[in-house]
Design a protein around this ligand. Structure first.
Ligand code: 5GP
Length: 203
């Protein structure tokens, strides 16, 4: 069986990663989202096991000791980690897996799984990010400042990614993402078409 595609999505907070990933999964349900572990508190719209597995520091440490993580990193003062179990078996089953992780994690995954497809989503301006974080309203001012500082750092590393995707309007950004996925599916390393002598005329 063919192995699935591992799609690594990174980009600053407020760049629209989550929305684009949801659109991708609606468009192609063979993409499953890798639910990460985090030690940050749950936001009121979030559900355990849907956005994240919300863990205590001790539980997180225990996963580290058991080598359960493909990668883990500290982001905005909290710890986040990608579980191997969310990624490896699914790829072996031929499913496509999409990760929403920060640049430290993205680079670690690129090193461990070089056949992954890496996409960095960037905004038209830093002001757009700031406006988006204010409209989203999930973070306090101090948290927003942290995310803006981190955004500048992350953008400085975007050259590590294979694809740089501008999110100026959602429709065009989603078209760009579909283009990447469609092209990646046609890679000779990913599939082996069997060409018959004649076309099957019954279809
Ligand atoms: P938030 O707390 O706003 O959901 O996410 C904060 C940041 O953590 C985002 O940049 C997100 O991509 C990143 N993140 C989420 N899960 C993981 C993970 O498993 N590993 C790493 N390295 N970063 C993650």
């Amino acid at each position: 069986m063919e192995t699935g595609m591992l799609l690594v999505i990174s980009g600053p907070a407020g760049a629209g990663k989550g929305t684009l990933i949801n659109l991708l999964r609606e468009w192609d349900p063979s993409f499953v989202f890798s639910v990460s572990c985090t030690t940050r508190g749950k936001r009121n719209y979030e559900e355990e096991g849907r956005e994240y597995y919300f863990l205590s520091e001790e539980e997180f440490d225990s996963h580290i000791r058991q080598h359960d993580f493909l990668e883990y990193a500290t982001v905005h003062d909290h710890r986040y980690g990608t579980l191997r179990s969310e990624v490896e078996t699914r790829l072996e089953q031929g499913l496509n897996v999409v990760l929403d992780i920060d640049v430290q994690g993205g680079i670690a995954v690129m090193q461990k799984m070089p056949s992954c497809v890496s996409v960095f989503i960037y905004p038209p301006s830093f002001q757009d990010l700031l406006d988006h974080l204010h409209t989203r309203g999930t973070e306090k001012e101090e948290e927003i400042s942290k995310r803006m500082a981190n955004a500048h750092r992350e953008v400085g590393q975007m050259g590590e990614y294979q694809y740089l995707l501008l999110n100026d309007t959602l429709d065009t950004a989603f078209d760009r993402l579909k283009t990447i996925v469609q092209a990646e599916r046609m890679r000779s390393s990913r599939f082996h078409p069997v060409i018959p002598e004649k076309r099957d005329t019954e279809n």
